[in-house]
Design a protein around this ligand. Structure first.
Ligand SMILES: Nc1ncnc2c1ncn2[C@@H]1O[C@H](COP(=O)(O)OP(=O)(O)OP(=O)(O)O)[C@@H](O)[C@H]1O
Ligand SMILES: [Mg+2]
Length: 304
């Protein structure tokens, strides 16, 4: 498993919530309503109601919320796969009207072609977008190395562990160099150890300078520990139809280490997210307004 921290970090710890070069957020969601029309009754059933949400370029946003509150529907709408019923989604000032090469979606279960090797599964994403060239294939090989799969590049999916398959999934999502990476419980099916390793790997790969400009990530999980470990911001959705119940800035410095999960500060964030999930507002630090002790830490870091 490749764990070397060779990547350069283009996302400094204080990048969360900073303005994009043009001063506007990269991802903007305004009064968004999403849902499905019942085939039986014709009735429109809301999955998300009146969602308002913004994210800046390079931010790692994690969404948590009760089952059925519309998290998957929301990610699919960001990917352009679910139509917008009302309101608007825009990326870099352009309205989302369907799928695009600027976005990649990673699902919970790796959906790899069983007859293709690891390398060919990754190259397929480039083929599908008509981006396959000698240069892009070379970059795909570098990415396969980066996610720690160089030694199994010629193997088929049935010869891989669950964690390896999710690495292929991740490489396939990243190879087209999307600006927005959407991940729907990608580690939900993994055992605890593999899951912790994959969280570390995901951040390392997300921060890799070799993958072009800073990527914005929207990651859905049920695991509050995972949310705090990964996020610049945790968005808590209310029970369905989903609304933003809380928007919490996670000011833990990066790179985050496994030991960091045992600190009182980490535990406080976990408690805060849990309290919001359970509908109680305690110890809430709204996004953009760090608690006094966090501000002191940030100032100290900025002065280094
Ligand atoms: N294809 C569909 N057709 C009709 N209703 C759907 C469809 N997909 C989802 N829904 C409904 O939309 C609502 C939101 O579903 P969604 O899958 O987005 O929830 P979720 O927050 O991702 O849940 P979970 O945490 O269990 O994955 C649910 O009430 C669900 O039944
Ligand atoms: Mg879901």
């Amino acid at each position: 498993m490749a764990m070397a921290d060779t990547a350069v970090n283009p996302h400094p710890a204080d990048s969360a919530g900073t303005e994009a070069p043009n001063g506007s957020p990269y991802l903007q969601v305004k009064a968004l309503q999403l849902g499905y029309r019942s085939r039986k009754t014709g009735e429109f059933i809301f999955a998300c109601a009146d969602l308002d949400f913004t994210a800046h370029r390079g931010e790692f946003v994690v969404i948590v919320g009760p089952s059925g509150c519309g998290k998957t529907t929301f990610l699919e709408a960001l990917a352009g796969l679910v139509p917008v019923a009302a309101g608007e989604i825009s990326l870099g000032g352009k309205k989302v009207a369907g799928p695009g090469q600027d976005r990649s979606l990673v699902f919970q279960n790796a959906s790899l072609f069983p007859w293709r090797t690891v390398r060919d599964n990754v190259l397929f994403a480039l083929q599908a977008q008509r981006q396959l060239s000698a240069e892009s294939a070379r970059q795909a090989d570098a990415l396969i190395e980066l996610v720690g799969l160089g030694h199994v590049s010629g193997r088929h999916p049935h010869e891989l562990s669950g964690g390896m398959k999710q690495r292929v999934n991740l490489a396939r999502a990243l190879v087209t160099r999307p600006e927005l990476l959407l991940l729907d419980e990608p580690f939900g099916a993994l055992d605890a150890l593999t899951r912790a390793a994959m969280q570390h790997e995901l951040v390392r790969v997300w921060q890799s300078a070799g993958l072009g400009p800073a990527k914005t990530a929207v990651f859905v999980t049920h695991d509050v520990d995972e949310a705090v470990y990964l996020a610049d911001r945790v968005i808590v959705f209310s029970a369905g139809p989903g609304r933003v119940a809380a928007d919490l800035k996670i000011s833990l410095p990066r790179p985050r280490r496994a030991e960091g999960r045992r600190t009182p500060e980490f535990a406080r964030y976990v408690d805060t997210v849990l309290a919001e999930l359970l509908g109680k507002s305690s110890e809430v630090t709204p996004a953009g307004a760090a608690a006094p002790e966090q501000r002191e830490t940030e100032q100290a870091e900025a002065g280094e």
